[in-house]
Write a protein that binds this ligand. Structure first.
Ligand code: BTN
Length: 237
């Protein structure tokens, strides 16, 4: 039984280039489950080599996992982290959903993103779960129709460390929870099933998400199994 693993040690920095980078550089000195927080990031990174603009006022943090991990742990931790984000937002009165594999949305707008990075082949040395939650940001410039924040949803300011503490409380039960139940919760919060996507220039319908993260997509000509790392569902915003 794992109790209080996530966030047993928390280090908060005024500014980092990227909390994921900090973990990578210092991984040998960080205990399993340590959380690194930066009030702002100068080189925040998102999925597919995108930038994650990281002005002060939002929550930017990375969790390092070093024990009991392998390749299969990556999707498991995508499930854990997105559920922890959804439950955290729910605690503040915000109903969020999950856009496969690891974005959280309010309506059609993104409120949170997760960047999971790992080192090692079959036996992993570490997994870094980097999480950005839009907390107090009001203006996303040219992304205003694609992004939102807790403040935009509820018209009030939040203390980012309060949000982190609620996230950590949620992790206590999630990291100790039955994986099948968590997977069911992930599916129930997921917005992509039955939606159409373009994959390799053909239109498909998403039929299902499997337990290991494989996406099952189908059209009149074929049914295909696609790994979560192979697909981007950009058109959902
Ligand atoms: C995405 O593209 O949706 C993923 C965004 C992940 C951003 C977080 S902020 C904390 C951590 N440090 C980074 O540089 N990126 C992640």
């Amino acid at each position: 039984m794992v109790i209080n693993l996530i966030g047993k040690s928390i280090k908060i920095f005024e500014e980092l280039d990227s909390t994921n980078n900090f973990v990578k550089m210092n991984v040998s000195n960080l205990d399993n489950g340590t959380i690194i927080v930066a009030k702002k990031q100068t080189d925040g990174r998102g999925q597919r080599s995108n930038k994650w603009l990281s002005k002060e006022g939002n929550l930017y943090f990375s969790i390092v996992l070093k024990e009991g991990i392998n390749r299969d742990s990556i999707f498991k931790n995508i499930i854990r982290s997105t559920i922890a984000i959804v439950r955290t937002l729910d605690s503040f009165g915000i109903d969020a959903s999950i856009k496969y594999p690891n974005d959280c949305l309010v309506g059609k707008k993104k409120i949170s993103g997760v960047l999971i990075e790992s080192q090692g082949s079959s036996k992993l040395e570490y997994i870094i779960i980097g999480i950005g939650i839009n907390v107090n940001q009001l203006n996303f410039d040219d992304l205003n129709n694609k992004a939102t924040s807790m403040k935009l949803c509820l018209k009030r300011n939040f203390n980012v460390i309060d949000v982190l503490n609620v996230f950590i409380e949620n992790c206590d039960s999630i990291f100790d929870s039955n994986s099948e139940l968590l997977f069911k919760e992930y599916i129930s919060k997921s917005v992509v099933i039955d939606k159409s996507i373009i994959y390799k220039e053909e239109e498909f319908k998403i039929i299902n998400i499997e337990y290991d993260g494989t996406l099952i997509i189908k059209n009149k000509l074929s049914e295909q199994r696609v790994a979560y790392s192979e697909i981007s569902l950009k058109e959902f915003y």
